[in-house]
Design a protein around this ligand. Structure first.
Ligand SMILES: *[C@@H]1O[C@H](CO)[C@@H](O)[C@H](O)[C@H]1NC(C)=O
Ligand SMILES: *[C@@H]1O[C@H](CO)[C@@H](O)[C@H](O)[C@H]1NC(C)=O
Ligand SMILES: *[C@@H]1O[C@H](CO)[C@@H](O)[C@H](O)[C@H]1NC(C)=O
Length: 202
């Protein structure tokens, strides 16, 4: 029963993707420079999706990948950081989906508005929220994200940052497993390489 329902879930996911035009059709609307070099099917607008991390060197439990959520990354003067990490290590999911809007990521339906920040090498994919009442406009986020179409029409599109979809890892940071862009080579023992699959959400 359990195995059957997993298979059913997989089939549903695959057929959703086939019917997911943003992921698989070349767009006639112009995409921004944050999609430069990412192919004809690159897109910088898509509504209500989530991410799952698929190992590129290690075995995977399935073809979807391990679900990602917005883990907490610490609080500083007036702001709190959120960053993509695995659901398995963080154990909560208070931003159930996000949308890609003109090259930035807008987190949907969470406790507070969040704004994407620039992503440097060896750092997390981060967002800031306000803890002192100063307003945060998600649409003012860094315009650095782009979706890359999958040449296999039954496969998932992937996320790129800074024009690069091939440099993500999951790394251990205290008890969390978080996404790192261009992880430093000396952290290899704490990290494994992944691609970030864009999964349609309801
Ligand atoms: C990827 O590999 C890691 C480390 O072995 C494992 O914990 C994780 O579950 C794997 N991911 C998937 C989607 O199977
Ligand atoms: C895929 O495997 C991961 C473990 O790596 C699990 O958390 C996730 O629920 C699985 N997804 C599906 C669709 O079976
Ligand atoms: C997308 O972002 C660019 C650059 O910031 C801006 O010029 C343009 O007006 C934006 N497009 C939309 C539809 O918001």
């Amino acid at each position: 029963m359990f195995a059957l329902s997993l298979i059913a879930a997989g089939l549903t996911a695959a057929s959703t993707v086939t019917a997911f035009p943003a992921a698989n059709l070349a767009r006639d609307a112009a995409v921004g420079p944050w999609c430069d070099g990412l192919g004809a099917g690159a897109f910088d607008d898509v509504s209500h999706v989530t991410l799952a991390a698929l190992n590129t060197t290690l075995p995977n439990a399935n073809s979807t990948g391990t679900p990602l959520v917005l883990a907490t990354g610490g609080a500083f003067a007036g702001i709190e950081i959120r960053r993509f990490g695995t659901w398995a290590s963080f154990g909560a999911n208070d931003y159930p989906s996000f949308s890609l809007v003109n090259g930035t990521i807008v987190l949907n339906d969470g406790p507070k508005p969040a704004r994407a920040v620039q992503v440097q090498d060896a750092s997390e994919l981060s967002f800031v929220t306000s803890t002192n009442g100063s307003p945060i406009n998600p649409l003012d986020g860094a315009q650095i994200y782009c979706g890359v179409a999958n040449p296999d029409p039954t496969g998932y599109a992937t996320l790129a940052v800074n024009g690069d979809a091939d440099s993500f890892s999951i790394c251990r940071e205290t008890y969390q497993q978080v996404v790192i862009y261009k992880a430093a080579a000396d952290r290899n023992e704490a990290c494994y390489p992944v691609k970030l699959q864009i999964i349609p959400s309801n």
